[in-house]
Design a protein around this ligand. Structure first.
Ligand code: EZ4
Ligand code: CO
Length: 406
């Protein structure tokens, strides 16, 4: 079975998605997600100009060899653009192989290790009262794990929260503007405010609900250590991305001071980004997206490496991963032994016009069907009604104008 064509589609049903479609000489098709939020067309060019010519005529079954060919064969290694392109090809080839086998992809990965996939949803509110209402909404939807993102006194807006009174989902995770919005940040104000919010939410909802929080790369290691220790009385499920973690060894400082579980990795794109973090047991959850870390082939290796150290898989699941990339995550989640939890941010409603998915949500968990492949169909005609829109993520500045991590 040979690859006959490789087509790239860009559509913006609520937000931009880049989708790769491979077709074989037997008529099978496979889909891959290549969406890199705010840098979408760089991946489109990489796929169209540099990858597609290499794919036509290749054995569609040779997934590992194609992965190595695109990774080693480029000479230039890693990086989000390259790895998103490789991920899309890899996903599409697994989709094809599973369709050829007439099995859902998770069967080819070893079969199901569980009956359902526990998911967490987002709750946001500028004030603690608004946040509590948002958490209640998620509990009413059946979630037993909720990520809480409050506003910070003195700031105009911050990651995930658009100032006072903004509706849930209206601004998540950020404004999408044709030029980057400038948010503001004050680490001291944040550090003073968060423990009180956690305490109030914990008091309100009791000990059983799992509460998560995303620090979004904003602290130094010693600040992260201090925040972790301050939140321990409220038993967080995890703190996410406490530092940018480009310096992996720095996380050992955080570990020395707190037992709060740490999750990291949504901006990583290689298993090597985790080499020290996993080997030295500095984290508890790996957070890479299938779409950004080289696809199923690479993520399976990452999950297995993490499993050696009792570290669990908690794949990034924001709305900027397409339903194709999200489905790929669910197949891995179901198959690996060391599944932790799945982020479920949900997609804009318009995305349903373009992506027809077989996965379902009920009572705090996600389920896959037994349809062959990834279980996602792409409507090219519907997609054409949603042309690409340039959109940037925000940037973040301290009060004195210094550019900070967003
Ligand atoms: O900011 O996916 O945990 N989720 C997140 C996301 C990221 C976006 C960036 O494109 O941190 O909301
Ligand atoms: Co995050």
């Amino acid at each position: 079975m040979k690859i006959e064509s490789a087509e790239v589609f860009v559509a913006s049903p609520g937000r931009n998605y880049v989708t790769l479609k491979l077709t074989t000489d037997t008529g099978l098709t496979g889909l891959g997600d290549a969406t890199l939020n705010g840098r979408e067309l760089a991946v489109v060019a990489y796929l169209q100009e540099h990858v597609a010519p290499l794919l036509v005529g290749r054995d569609a079954h040779a997934i590992e060899d194609t992965w190595q060919y695109l990774y080693r064969g480029a000479y230039w290694r890693r990086g989000p653009v390259t790895m998103a392109a490789i991920a899309a090809v890899d996903m599409a080839l697994w989709d094809i192989k599973a369709k050829a086998a007439q099995m859902p992809l998770y069967q080819l990965l070893g079969g199901p290790s569980r009956t359902k996939l526990r998911a967490y949803a987002h709750a946001t509110g500028w004030s603690t009262g608004e946040l509590i209402a948002s958490v209640q909404q998620r509990i009413d939807e059946g979630f037993t794990a909720v990520r809480i993102q409050p506003g910070v006194p003195g700031l105009n807006r911050t990651y995930g929260v658009n100032g006072a009174g903004s509706a849930l989902g209206a601004y998540e995770p950020a404004a999408r503007l044709a030029l980057p919005e400038e948010e503001d940040w004050d680490t001291s104000a944040y550090m003073r405010h968060i423990p009180g919010v956690f305490g109030t939410v914990r008091d309100k909802f009791g000990p059983e609900i799992d509460l998560l929080h995303d620090v979004h790369h904003r602290l130094t290691p010693i600040q992260a250590a201090k925040l972790g220790a301050a939140l321990e009385p409220f038993n967080p499920f995890w703190l996410e991305d406490v530092t940018p973690a480009e310096n992996q060894a720095a996380l050992s400082l955080v570990r020395t001071h707190t037992t709060v579980p740490l999750a990291i990795g949504e901006t990583f794109n290689s298993i090597f980004d985790y080499q020290i973090l996993i080997r030295d047991q500095l984290i508890d959850y790996v957070r890479s997206a299938v779409t950004h870390a080289g696809g199923i082939t690479a993520m399976r290796k990452l999950a297995d490496y993490a499993a050696l150290y009792q570290i669990k898989l908690a794949i990034h699941g924001p709305s900027d991963i397409s339903p194709v990339g999200f489905a790929a995550a669910l197949h891995l989640d179901l198959a690996v032994h060391n599944f932790g939890i799945q982020e479920y941010m949900m997609h804009p409603v318009q995305a349903r016009d373009v992506f027809d998915v077989d996965y379902t949500y009920a009572d705090g968990a996600l389920y896959l069907s037994d349809s062959p492949g990834l279980g996602v169909r792409y409507d090219e005609t519907a997609a054409a009604a949603y042309p690409y829109e340039r959109a940037y993520l925000p940037v973040n500045r301290l009060k004195d104008g210094t550019l900070h991590d967003w």
